[in-house]
Design a protein around this ligand. Structure first.
Ligand SMILES: Cc1ncc(COP(=O)(O)O)c(C=O)c1O
Length: 284
């Protein structure tokens, strides 16, 4: 992704090649900042209010100052207008600011979409499972583990993606102890058997994906039975089809898990139907 426009709280538009954070910003020193990644369709950020609500929740859990929703909307608009792109990615950041200081920084950044998303959608993803080394329920009662928080401490997630590439796969899915399915490094995971759709429950400490919530609504309207809960990976591996969901990548079919085909090893009809429903919701 290439950054095409940047706006900073209290400053407005800034040249994207200009540095805007200090070397001792907590976001850099300790990865303690909240962020959101939002898909832009027709120049409009999809479900911006839901993303801002999640940002506010993340900020609170990270001990950051409250999110100024109106100010974020303002810098988001400035950056989107300056970018002038119909299809793009909008990223919002709230950092605590300099170590020991009290000047949080809000950023809105507009980037191009990552390349080849539709090529990958047509082909489907080959995924590997990777252990997160947590008891499945532990994050529900351990707020310091930051389950469900979208913070800039994503190095573990990026390392899991890198491990997938190292093993000649496209993406990873995290498992808790007992081979319980959680989520991908930047996606939620789903699978279908017959008319039943399954996705891990939020009580597992996974991220409450905005796309996941959209799909829960769309799937019900399309007549699927949606189940959210605690499932072992064999259920995913034995499904008729599987897919991931995220704001940027939308619905991505999964054709292989740990080198074995999922279903018939081809992108499935449920993924295609829900991708169409997501687009419909986005441009309605
Ligand atoms: C860990 C994790 N899970 C799930 C998602 C999907 O969330 P959303 O649909 O809001 O993009 C993301 C998105 O970045 C993520 O980082």
């Amino acid at each position: 992704m290439t950054v095409v426009a940047l706006a900073v709280g209290g400053r407005g538009l800034v040249d994207p090649s200009e540095p805007v954070l200090h070397a001792d910003d907590e976001a850099f020193l300790r990865g303690r900042a909240a962020f959101e990644t939002i898909r832009v369709y027709d120049g409009r950020p999809f479900r911006l209010d839901d993303h801002l609500e999640r940002l506010a929740g993340s900020a609170e859990r990270l001990g950051l100052p409250p999110v100024d929703t109106a100010a974020f909307k303002g810098i988001a608009r400035e950056a989107l207008d300056a970018a002038g792109k119909s299809e793009a990615v909008l990223r919002l950041y709230l950092t605590p600011g300099r170590e020991g200081g009290a000047y949080p920084t809000a950023l809105a950044m507009v980037s191009t979409l990552p390349p080849a998303l539709d090529v990958k959608r047509a082909r489907g993803l080959r995924m590997i499972t990777v252990q997160l080394g947590l008891e499945p329920g532990v994050r529900a009662n351990a707020p310091w583990l930051l389950g469900g928080v979208k913070s800039t401490s994503y190095a573990v997630n990026m390392a899991a993606e890198a491990e997938a590439r190292r093993r000649d796969a496209d993406d990873a899915v995290f498992l808790a102890n007992g081979r319980i399915v959680l989520e991908g490094p930047v996606t939620n995971i789903w699978w279908r058997t017959g008319n039943d759709l399954f996705t891990p429950g939020l009580e597992l400490g996974i991220l409450a994906g905005v796309t996941r919530a959209t799909l829960v609504e769309s799937a019900a309207a399309l007549g699927y039975q949606v189940h959210e809960g605690t499932y072992v990976v064999d259920e995913l591996a034995g499904a008729e089809e599987a897919f991931t969901s995220s704001s940027v990548r939308e619905v991505m079919p999964v054709i292989e898990l740990d080198r074995r085909p999922v279903g018939d090893g081809k992108p499935g009809p449920g993924a295609a139907e829900l991708q169409a429903a997501l687009r419909h919701a986005a441009i309605a």
